[in-house]
Design a protein. Structure first.
Length: 62
């Protein structure tokens, strides 16, 4: 089992400059397969930005 120390317990935080960072590529499932969001056209990117995600904790099952 992996244990993650709380932020205040970490001694050696790594700090990167913007030049050292690499962009994170976001993938999503579309019609049964996975595609990178960066390959979407303008309209599909807009639809992706408008998505709402299900949160069971806030669901009213009454």
């Amino acid at each position: 089992m992996n244990h993650i120390a709380p932020p205040e317990a970490r001694q050696d935080d790594i700090v990167l400059s913007d030049e050292e960072r690499t962009p994170c590529e976001i993938w999503t499932r579309v019609m049964g397969y996975h595609r990178p969001v960066s390959s979407f056209n303008r309209g599909k990117k807009g639809e992706f930005a408008e998505r709402r995600y299900f949160d069971e904790a806030t669901c009213d099952l009454g």
